[in-house]
Structure formats: C-alpha cells, structure tokens
Design a binder for this molecule. Structure first.
Ligand SMILES: [Zn+2]
Length: 331
C-alpha cells in the first residue's frame, strides 16, 4: 500500500509542517478507502454554543463506556481480515447479529459487480423507534480492505463497528423521545482495487438508491457517519463535503462536552460513506480522523491494531455522537 502524493499532501497540511500542496497536482490514481479532495489549515468557523441542558430536557450527559467499546473492538479484530466474501466477514456478520438479538434488524442484502468479480454485500440496519416523526441514521462500515490480507483494521472498520454496537446498547429497551434512530453497519465501503466513484462505498450507494425509491430519504433528518474514531491521538478533521449546519452541530456537541480540542483543528475534504447520501439531498456528516500515526502510517497498514486505540477516544467519539443526536432532536 502506498500513499498518493496528494494524500501525503493532505497529511503534511494536517501535520502543519508545510504548505504548498496544489490540488491541481492531484494524481488520477488514489488507492484509498477515503479520497481527500481538498485540504486547508484554515481555522473552523466557531458556531454559537448552546448550553447542554436546553429545551427543558432532563437528559443525562452522554457517558459511553470506552472500555466497553474497546472490548467490542478486540472481539471484532479477533476475526482477522474481514473483506466482503471472506470467512472473517461472515463471522463478523454473525457476531453483529448476536449482539442485536431481540432488536428490530433488517438486512439489506445484494450482489454487486466489482473490478475483481461479483461479491455479496449486506448492510445491517438496527431500528430503534422514537416518538418524533423522522429518522436519525448513525452509520459506520464493518468491512476491511479486500487486497490487504494481513490487515485487521482495528481503527478502520473495527472502531466504527464497535461504537455502533455500544450505541445499540444505549438505545435498547428505552422509548426514545426524539426521532427514531437507525444504526447502519455499512458493507463494501473500501475500494477493491482503487478508489473511484464506482469502486467504493458499495453499501451506501445501494442504500441511497433504495431509500430514495421507497421514500425513506425524505424522513432522514441527519446521517451521522463515524470512521476511524478510536485513534489514541484523536484529531477529528472538519470534513468539508459534509452538510455545513450538521458539521457545525457536531462541533457544538464536542464543545458542549468539553471535547472541542479533539475536533476541527484542520479541514479536509474526504470522500466516504456519506457521499451517496449527500448526492440524494440527505444532510450528512463524516466524523473521521484520517491522521492516524505519524504521516498517517497506520492507515491501511498491518499496524492498524488495537494498541493504537484508546478507550478515551472511543468514549469521546461516542459521547459526541449522542450529544449531536440530542442537538438534532432539539432543532
Ligand atoms: Zn479504510
């Protein structure tokens, strides 16, 4: 796995070491899970901060147990590489279902063409009903990279899968006062050969088409994507393809909880599972830290292992998602 010069360019900017990257020099080949499209170290806009306990809500401060999420990550990584069609992938599907026993779970199963043949895909959707008419989706991918056989993706694939399981534990068995919450474990986020519009985000492209046809898309108030959110050195970028008001709401959520130092120090345009939703008009945000190890060296490498993650980072990311949900409900 090699980084494209443009990816390195982004990371240099992220590291704040140098400037002089030129978007026009972006190469046509970017073999990446997420394709940076623009980068700048301009400071983020500072949205107005509203107090935590507004709108008469007696909701407790979010308190995701990071050790609990980390335990899920360890169990997920133990299945080994988990690309579509693999034994590890099948085991993880069974594992996710075993953790969602008794919940309302839908499998969005289909077969898709890829540059290396036809593959089965399955988006797993757990639905938790709310009293308000509308849906908030929290999504994260559970596949790992097809062409990286010794890649276990503790952060890339593992952290998002685990956090969604921990969120299910939060929503289970409680009537939700706000919008319904749908948790989506997306499949086929990673490119099979190299990242293009047709070789990437297979699962969410399928979901976006389906949700547009069946009317679900109109009901989605926010699509909150989490990806690579467990890095011990947590540094969530301000992703510039994301819907501005929702992106600012995430920063406000982080600020409400005192976690803003981990958010939006740098801007980056990153293509990820939120893109197909944005294309059909669904408000979407990508909560991602694509700055994983010095010069992003752990990304798509055998070094993406649990020792690079921390329970604190997983808890911060989870708490900010819960606070963002509260703010969307209060809008
Ligand atoms: Zn990846």
């Amino acid at each position: 796995m090699t980084f494209s010069p443009f990816v390195l360019c982004l990371l240099v900017l992220v590291a704040g070491v140098s400037s002089g990257c030129n978007k026009q020099q972006a190469p046509s080949e970017v073999s990446a899970e997420v394709k940076p499209t623009a980068a700048t170290n301009a400071p983020p806009a500072a949205p107005a901060v509203t107090p935590l306990a507004d709108s008469g809500s007696a909701a407790a401060k979010p308190d995701i147990n990071g050790n609990h999420v980390m335990q899920y990550v360890k169990e997920i990584v133990a299945f080994g590489a988990r690309p579509p069609g693999s034994q590890g992938h099948a085991k993880l599907e069974q594992y996710i279902h075993s953790k969602l026993k008794g919940d309302n779970v839908e499998n969005d199963t289909f077969t898709t063409k890829t540059p290396v043949g036809d593959f089965p895909m399955n988006n797993i959707i757990a639905k938790f009903p709310g009293k308000k008419d509308g849906i908030i989706v929290v999504a994260g991918h559970y596949d790992t990279v097809y062409h990286l056989k010794d890649f276990v993706g503790a952060n890339d694939g593992g952290s998002s899968t685990a956090l969604l399981l921990a969120l299910a534990d939060q929503f289970r068995g409680k009537p939700l006062d706000g919008y319904s919450i749908w948790l989506v474990w997306t499949d086929g986020e990673e490119a099979f050969v190299k990242w293009t519009d047709t070789d990437s985000v297979y699962g969410t492209r399928h979901l976006a088409q389906k949700w547009q046809q069946d009317g679900t898309a109109k009901k989605i108030k926010a699509f909150i994507l989490v990806d690579m959110i467990g890095d011990a050195d947590l540094d969530i970028q301000q992703e510039t393809n994301s819907t501005p008001w929702l992106s600012e709401l995430v920063y406000q959520a982080a600020t409400n909880l005192g976690y803003q130092s981990h958010f939006y120090q740098y801007k980056a345009g990153i293509e990820d599972d939120h893109m197909p939703l944005l294309k059909i008009g669904v408000p979407a945000v990508d909560i991602i830290d694509l700055d994983y190890g010095y010069n992003n060296v752990f990304w798509h490498s055998p070094q993406d292992t649990v020792d690079k993650l921390s329970p604190q980072s997983l808890a911060i990311s989870g708490d900010v998602v819960l606070e963002t949900i509260r703010l969307v409900n209060a809008r």
